[in-house]
Design a protein around this ligand. Structure first.
Ligand SMILES: [Zn+2]
Length: 669
């Protein structure tokens, strides 16, 4: 059995280059998918019919092989489905993902395999093995393996339907690229020169601005025309609508039924059980605590925006959500003397990419070298990560927009690193400028996104030396996953680290006084950010912490916006129809802020010792990143800090009076 798996694994390594062979064809990929499914099914059936004594060797290890095989083939399918330029390959990947999910659902409901696992005695095994068995049994129970046959059948059907709904939701967002028309270049007033040059009038004399990020983000920040900004905002917030209204409702209803079948009150109870937060109650109180900590600062910031708006429109009484980014930018320019248009002249795509590699390489003591391999599009680059002379991981950078490509920025795991078996392999998928011309300029926020996603990538690589595939890479609690990536964002706000990333076309480094101003302006908007995030988090938990039959998506989301955000809901928008996290993170959108609280605490150690302090960086790599999911996240953090995590650095960040945060400090412990 092992020999067969090894052959399949070699084939499963993404696009391994063979001299003279053509690029991946749909036929070759389809054959590979079939072979992977057959191999996985063979291991599964072997386990179901196991007659031998049930031991770590006979049960847990083949299950690990199954995890590796399924992880590899699923990782590649998910990547190809989201990025492959060939529609036929995307189509195969989509169907393959459905087939894998079906098989996983079958495995997770297999009573013979569950009973085989129950019979394994791991009491004298090492801690990792004991934990692996514990988690296998926990996951089996949570999948409903204990339920009567007819319930298990229903669970299986629900899981299949949910996979299809999930895919339909994202297709509807991705394919719904909307646009507005500008009558003349005058309506580009306020936009940077290179943006204007990239948006010439079409044959009809009109200029098209789409809802794709490279169009949308700068337009919401710089366009002076309030009406056009609102028009584009509405299009952006309506992507996926109306199709996704019913799809999301169906997802909520089916997940609720699933949770009930498994013995939980609702899906929020089910999904929080294995996270750091543990219960929906913790989420609700954390949301209120953060909202309270951020309130004073958020109101001050809102009033500054309103004051500024009144200079443009003396009759304005409130600030609209579509005006927030634009006004924040004006205030940063005028009151902090920070001009994003000036800042972006220092961020040329090619230099930033090279700088991210140099900076993180020096910080964590590794090197990156080009990896000669086949890629799925000409602008995709591949690298190997070296620790000394040893290759410890590989990754692809797919950083520019392409037709039919994933529209956001994300890290995709492709191969989980398993000790002595396979190197961790991942891809960063982003939508940055610079595809044809590497000197094209990026927003500073793009640079921040780049480092954020690179934080996930490094986590998956440094944690890629595990015995058990289930602990490899970023296989940690969902509400901890963002902490390492959020922490790495801090490096785009420091003069020393910016010296790696910023260089003008004339070869000038970013001036120290500009960095100082950027840092001073950085905090502006953080109160509004925190409260608006609590609106999203409250929507997420309230959609799932109830019986969704009676839920009106629009009413609840609007209500949460009124409860937590200082910006009122904008009529005729339906953000839930494109808010992918409501599907992907379900009740757990809070994960971002929960992770941010922890990342601020982790970063405090670098702040004390210096951003490039090798001892702190190595300890961080060893304690936080390398263990992957082999320990509870709370324990990893305690190993690094020497104490449990605290909300205090987060409170200091928001710079609010200390007494407002006392309740939150209690809640998070
Ligand atoms: Zn992230």
């Amino acid at each position: 059995m092992n020999v067969k798996i090894a052959t399949v694994l070699t084939a499963a390594i993404v696009c391994t280059a063979v001299a003279g062979e053509p690029l991946l064809t749909p036929e070759r990929y389809a054959a590979e998918c079939r072979a992977d499914l057959e191999s996985a099914a063979a291991i599964f059936h072997g386990l179901e019919n196991l007659q031998d004594e049930k031991t770590i060797e006979t049960v847990l290890k083949p299950l690990n092989e199954l995890d590796i095989l399924i992880g590899n083939t699923a990782g590649k399918a998910s990547l190809f489905y989201n990025v492959h330029p060939d529609a036929a390959i995307r189509d195969i990947a989509e169907k393959h993902e459905q087939a894998i999910t079906k098989l996983v659902s079958e495995i997770s409901l297999s009573r013979p395999v569950y009973e085989a696992c129950l019979a394994v005695d791991a009491s004298s095994a090492d801690a990792d093995t004991q934990r692996a068995l514990e988690h296998v049994l926990r996951d089996y129970r949570r999948s409903g393996v204990n339920q009567p046959d007819e319930v298990r059948e229903r669970i299986k059907k629900l899981n299949d339907e949910l996979t299809e709904l999930d895919q339909a939701f994202s297709v509807n967002v991705r394919s719904d690229v909307r646009s507005i028309k500008l009558d003349s270049p005058a309506e580009l007033d306020g936009m940077p020169d290179d943006y204007i040059a990239a948006h010439p009038p079409g044959e009809d004399g009109k200029i098209t601005i789409t809802t794709d990020y490279p169009d949308y983000v700068p337009f919401s920040r710089f366009a002076r025309n309030d009406g056009k900004r609102l028009e584009l905002y509405k299009e952006f917030k309506n992507r996926g609508y109306p199709k996704n209204e019913q799809i999301l409702k169906d997802i909520l209803i089916k997940r609720h039924e699933l949770a009930n079948l498994l013995g939980y009150n609702n899906y929020a109870d089910y999904v929080t059980e294995t996270k750091m937060v543990k219960t929906p109650k913790t989420i609700h109180s954390f949301i209120d605590d953060v909202a309270l900590i951020a309130k004073v600062r958020a109101e001050k910031e809102y009033n500054l925006l309103l004051e500024r708006l009144k200079q443009i429109d003396p009759d304005a009484e409130t600030v609209g959500d579509w005006q927030k980014t634009y006004l924040e930018e004006l205030i940063r320019q005028e009151q902090f003397n920070v001009d994003a248009k000036e800042i972006r002249t220092y961020f040329q795509f090619g230099h930033v990419r090279d700088g991210v590699l140099k900076l993180t390489g020096e910080l964590f003591g590794v090197q990156f070298r080009p990896w000669e391999t086949e890629v799925w599009a000409p602008d995709v680059q591949a690298f190997e990560v070296l620790d000394g002379d040893t290759a410890i991981g590989r990754f692809y950078l797919d950083l520019h927009p392409r037709e039919n490509k994933y529209k956001h920025a994300a890290h995709f795991g492709i191969l989980s690193g398993v000790n002595g078996r396979q190197l961790p392999t991942a891809a960063l998928v982003c939508n940055f400028p610079g595809k044809d011309d590497e000197t094209e300029l990026m927003e500073h926020s793009d640079v921040e996104t780049f480092l954020h996603e690179f934080g996930h990538l490094l986590h998956s690589i440094f944690a890629g030396n595990q015995e058990w595939a289930r602990f490899s890479g970023i296989a940690t609690e969902l509400d901890f996953i963002e902490a390492p990536s959020q922490m790495l964002e801090e490096w785009v706000w420091n003069p020393q680290s910016l010296s790696y990333l910023a260089l003008s076309k004339e070869g000038k480094p970013i001036p120290a006084d500009l960095v100082a101003k950027m840092v001073a302006a950085k905090e502006f908007g953080s109160g509004l950010f925190a409260t608006h995030q609590m609106f999203y988090a409250a929507t997420s938990i309230n959609f799932y912490d109830c019986d969704p039959a009676a839920l009106d998506l629009s009413t609840t989301m609007d209500q949460m916006q009124r409860n937590y955000s200082l910006f009122a809901p904008v009529s005729d928008t339906h953000m839930y129809a494109n808010f992918g996290h409501l599907v992907g993170y379900s009740a757990m959108y809070i994960s971002y802020m929960w992770s941010l609280v922890i990342s601020k605490d982790l970063f405090s150690r670098f702040e004390e010792a210096g951003l490039f302090d090798p001892a702190v960086a190595q300890k961080y790599r060893r304690c936080i990143l390398a263990p992957g999911g082999s320990k509870d996240a709370a324990d990893l953090v305690e190993d690094f800090l020497g104490r449990p995590y605290s909300i205090e650095p987060f409170e200091q960040w928001l710079n609010t009076p200390i007494e407002t945060g006392n309740a939150a400090t209690k809640a998070i412990k």
